[in-house]
Design a protein around this ligand. Structure first.
Ligand SMILES: Nc1ncnc2c1ncn2[C@@H]1O[C@H](COP(=O)(O)OP(=O)(O)OP(=O)(O)O)[C@@H](O)[C@H]1O
Length: 242
């Protein structure tokens, strides 16, 4: 299961302009087909930066990112955008939904931009599973934070990407909605072999993953396989005390 990496990063280094420390300081990690990875670490440890670079939304200063074996730094626009649109789904807080479009058109937008024929039946099914059947015509601004997060998830799932990057997908949700979202991500992993990489601060959410990667000061400082919430919480305490 783990032998084909969907996304692989090697020795990533990134320093934001004007910053004195490196946000990423030599990170190497691979995400296999059908794997579910949680990324954890103290605030400022580089989690979001890693997600952005691994997803090809931002460039590292040095190091290598491969998506399905293709080295991103060698791709020029528009092929870079194309590779991202075809293979990658995002559930990012900063990745806003467009309020000029209905829920339905937001969900189908990535496929439209990628120029592929939208699978409308699957999009309907995905909206039903995230509990938003009947909301197709609504504008995102009329929905609650939790509902908007579920639209973002539906949008990511609708394109059947090879990998989904999710930055705190349950952060704004109540317990029940959070579990639903985690269940959907888990199902995408098991049923369709999608890889999921999820940043979270919540040990209970991380326990849905197969593996937890811990970051501190822009470096990978540990991993935990088959995580339980208790084991994750214990490791987090140790990582934060470093
Ligand atoms: N746009 C930016 N400009 C300058 N510095 C940044 C920028 N984004 C992040 N940083 C810095 O890079 C480091 C890593 O930030 P990053 O957001 O990746 O951490 P994080 O682990 O996701 O944090 P959090 O849990 O608080 O979201 C931090 O020191 C942060 O201050």
């Amino acid at each position: 299961m783990e032998n084909t990496a969907v996304v692989e990063v090697h020795d990533l280094v990134k320093r934001y302009p004007g910053a004195s420390v490196r946000a990423l300081d030599g990170v190497s990690v691979a995400f296999g087909r059908g794997s579910f990875t949680a990324v954890m670490g103290p605030s400022g440890s580089g989690k979001s930066t890693l997600l952005h670079c691994a997803a090809g939304l931002d460039r590292a200063d040095s190091g290598v990112v491969r998506i399905a074996g293709e080295e991103l730094s060698r791709l020029r626009e528009p092929r870079l955008t194309e590779a991202r649109r075809r293979r990658v789904g995002f559930v990012f807080q900063a990745y806003n939904l467009l309020d000029s479009l209905s829920v339905w058109h937001n969900v189908l937008l990535p496929q439209r931009l990628a120029g592929v024929r939208a699978d409308r039946g699957w999009a309907e099914e995905v909206l039903r599973r995230v509990g938003l059947a009947g909301f197709e015509r609504e504008r995102p601004s009329r929905l609650s934070g939790g509902q908007r997060q579920r639209v973002a998830l539906a949008r990511a799932l609708a394109g059947r990407p090879e990998i989904i990057f999710a930055d705190e997908p349950t952060g704004a949700l109540d317990l029940a909605s959070g579990r639903e979202v985690l269940g959907l991500l888990r199902e995408a992993v098991e049923r369709t072999g999608t890889a999921v990489v999820m940043v979270t601060h919540d040990p209970a959410a991380a326990a849905w993953a197969d593996r937890v990667v811990f970051l501190a000061d822009g470096r990978v400082v540990g991993e935990l396989a088959a995580p339980t919430a208790e084991a994750v919480a214990g490791r987090m305490t140790a990582v934060s005390a470093r």
